[in-house]
Design a protein around this ligand. Structure first.
Ligand code: FPP
Length: 250
């Protein structure tokens, strides 16, 4: 690992990325969409390495949304294959850099073979503490919130908790992201300016950075630029500037 080098001074603890534009990247070159996804995997590798190098603790990537199941079957199959290949080929990178893999989303809908390799990678990396790489797979924020609400409702029905005692912390603890800090920075590529059902609860106070760069072209320089933009933001969390300056970590 190299030192922080030209890293900006105030780094986010958790960066989440909406990786968008693979299809357009391929279209622009007259290639099939899957080629865009293939190059997207290369960008994933580069960003994971860069985040680790910068000592960012958590990186969350929106790799496949619940809505993505509606895409043409060959594209869905190609994405599942790329995912499986990525998990197999990158295990050594995860172990070498002591990165723990986590998954959020309705993983029960993933193909059996993908679930198996995911389980293997999650358990092989469970003891790693340098960075947590979370993949959003079959993920949708509203779906995650509904599943958390169902868990709380079931516990209330069993008499384990009282509805009036439910707190935001208890709700957070039933989300797929339980135990991971909320994202400080959410990046979206490809010029789209929307959240697309990603980490809806968790992004309440996140900073957003948008870039026109298509995901396969997103690399270390673009990542550093987003981090630099973040370092210039003033996060106030609903407080006055004066109060916010006194918050821990400021
Ligand atoms: C959005 O681009 C991207 C996706 C739906 C999939 C993201 C997947 C990868 C980067 C590769 C697999 C991931 C891992 C972690 C191995 P789009 O297809 O919606 O692009 P478009 O908007 O230009 O059509």
């Amino acid at each position: 690992m190299t030192s922080r080098g030209s890293a900006p001074p105030s780094l986010p603890r958790h960066v989440a990325i909406i990786m968008d534009g693979n299809g357009r990247w391929a279209n622009l070159r007259g290639l099939p969409r899957v080629e865009g996804h293939r190059m997207g995997v290369r960008a994933v590798r580069a960003v994971v390495e860069c985040a680790r190098e910068l000592r960012i603790s958590c990186l969350t990537l929106y790799a496949f949304s619940l809505e993505n199941w509606g895409r043409p079957e060959p594209e869905v199959l190609a994405l599942m294959t790329l995912l499986k290949e990525f998990l197999v080929s990158e295990l050594s990178l995860l172990l070498r850099h002591r990165i723990r893999l986590r998954v959020i989303g309705e993983t029960s809908s993933l193909p059996f073979a993908v679930r198996k390799v995911l389980e293997r990678t999650v358990s092989a990396t469970a003891g790693n503490t340098e960075m947590t790489l979370t993949l959003g797979l079959s993920y949708a924020g509203r779906n995650e919130i509904v599943r958390a609400a169902r868990r709380l409702a079931a516990e209330a029905a069993e008499g384990k908790i009282a509805p009036e005692e439910i707190t935001e912390e208890m709700f957070s603890a039933r989300l797929d992201t339980a135990g991971t800090p909320d994202p400080d920075l959410v990046i979206r590529t490809s010029g789209e300016l929307r959240i697309s059902n990603f980490l809806l609860w968790q992004s309440a106070y996140a900073e957003f950075a948008f870039t026109d760069v298509l995901w396969p072209d997103f690399g270390k320089a673009e990542f550093l630029q987003a981090l630099e933009e973040y370092s210039r933001r003033h996060r106030r969390f609903g407080l006055t500037g004066e109060q916010a300056a006194k918050l821990p970590g400021k």
